[in-house]
Design a protein around this ligand. Structure first.
Ligand code: LLP
Length: 416
């Protein structure tokens, strides 16, 4: 169900008007729907109910403590990629036994922190990292639980910056070398081999790459068993796409029906690392139009959110639907505009050559499907304080991150 809809002439998140939020919390502001978060999580749990499984929400998509705590209370674990994400996940109440640690560049310090927290598993991405983890664990007098991230060598048909499963990607150990690495790992005193992991890319809208990759993974698990290495946990990563425009991504059910025939016979615990499909459509970015600028070639609508707030259009050419917050705005005559931010770069746009009902100065706009990789990728570029984040629960809302102040901008700096 869509939790962003027009009600009494105003675009609402659940039972709260985005206009009311903008009036009190200001703009730009990210607004998230708690019901949408929980429904998206529940859809995975239902789809994989027939096997032992754990949804480890990919914290990188949206690491706000309010979002993390909401998901953690509903039973989700966390997929983290840094010591900072470990800190956030623990702070939000994610049990360490539900945390999986991925990433090609874990430092020894981060390894020590995660070992101390006694997380569920480290996803190891290279032989060098394995050696470092072995040493670090031994020095701490423990064994590190490890899943090897294998690169199944499939083409996942998504934006090249977010495809990770092809042979040329920096991620994971090529599947052909995996058995050798497992044998090495099995002989290490600081390592306890428990699983295998993959992640082939993000915003995938077809099931076939998942099917290809999981078949290769299942074959590897069987091969490992023949050499006495018993893998009990299979982590299939994240990557399920969402609808931004006219994509028709598979549902969690369709996704499960592709994965489970390969996974069920293995008798393993299935780990899932969805990010975007949990938070993407659960959030919008609310922004206010500041000015119109009409030239002979183009009409620009200049808004108060920039590429520092939402970088996806600039970085990936991503499409985000833009809706007027006041329903009356939808009935205005259409025009083709660029919706741009205040940042001093031509790449600072939220939409280009977009057909929109005429936007007037001071109008509020909602940039849809911004819950994933929106605030999480925001910066202070141009010394812009980062936006507020708001979590709506039915008719109430909480400011789960206040807007940054100028003092926040300079905190931590000092004069020489
Ligand atoms: N697991 C691993 C190991 C990952 O690298 C990722 C995402 C995920 C899980 C979660 O994938 P998801 O379910 O969200 O697709 N900033 C880009 C997306 C980068 C994704 C990086 N890895 C964007 O805005 O599209």
């Amino acid at each position: 169900m869509d939790h962003f809809h027009y009600l009494n002439g105003e675009l609402c998140c659940e039972g709260v008007s985005l206009r009311a939020i903008a009036d009190s919390a200001g703009t730009p502001a990210y607004v998230y729907s708690k019901a949408a978060l929980l429904e998206n999580l529940a859809a995975y749990d239902r789809a994989f109910a027939s096997v032992p499984h754990l949804v480890c929400y990919a914290v990188k998509a949206n690491s706000n403590l309010g979002v993390l705590a909401t998901l953690a209370r509903a039973g989700a674990g966390a997929d983290i990629v840094s010591g900072g994400e470990l800190h956030r996940a623990l702070r939000a109440g994610v049990p360490p036994q539900k945390i999986t640690f991925a990433g090609v560049g874990k430092t020894r310090e981060e390894m020590r922190e995660a070992l101390k927290a006694e997380i569920l598993v480290f996803n190891v991405e290279s032989a060098s990292e394995l050696a470092a983890l072995n040493e670090t664990a031994q020095a701490s007098g423990v064994r590190a639980p490890v899943a090897v991230r294998v690169n199944p060598g499939v083409d996942s048909d998504t934006h090249p910056y977010i495809a990770t499963g092809m042979k040329t990607a920096k991620f994971g150990i090529p599947i052909a070398e995996a058995v050798r690495v497992y044998e090495e790992a099995a002989g290490m005193p600081g390592i306890s081999v428990i699983g295998v992991q993959m992640h082939i890319g993000s915003q995938l809208t077809k099931t076939s790459p998942f099917a290809d990759a999981v078949a290769r993974l299942a074959e590897l698990v069987l091969t490992l068993r023949t050499v006495g290495i018993d893998v009990r946990l299979v982590d299939v990563g994240g990557g399920l796409g969402i609808q931004y425009k006219d994509e028709v991504p598979p549902s969690p059910d369709a996704y499960a029906s592709v994965l489970l025939p390969a996974l069920r016979p293995l008798g393993v615990v299935v780990l899932l690392e969805p990010g975007r499909s949990i938070v993407g459509n659960a959030g919008v970015l609310v922004t206010r139009a500041l000015y119109r600028r009409v030239s002979a070639e183009k009409t620009f609508v200049i808004v108060d959110a920039g590429m520092n707030d939402l970088i996806r259009p600039a970085l990936y050419g991503a499409y985000h639907e833009i809706r007027p917050v006041l329903e009356a705005g939808r009935r205005r005559p259409g025009e083709t505009v660029d919706v741009v931010g205040p940042i001093c770069e031509s790449g600072d746009f939220l939409a280009r050559d977009r057909e929109l009902p005429r936007v007037e100065e001071d109008d509020l706009l909602a940039v849809m499907s911004s819950g994933a990789y929106g605030f999480a990728m925001a910066s202070n570029y141009n010394a812009r304080p980062r936006a507020a984040e708001i979590l709506v629960d039915d008719r109430r809302y909480t400011i789960v991150r206040r807007r940054e102040t100028y003092e926040d901008l300079v905190a931590g700096e000092s004069l020489p």
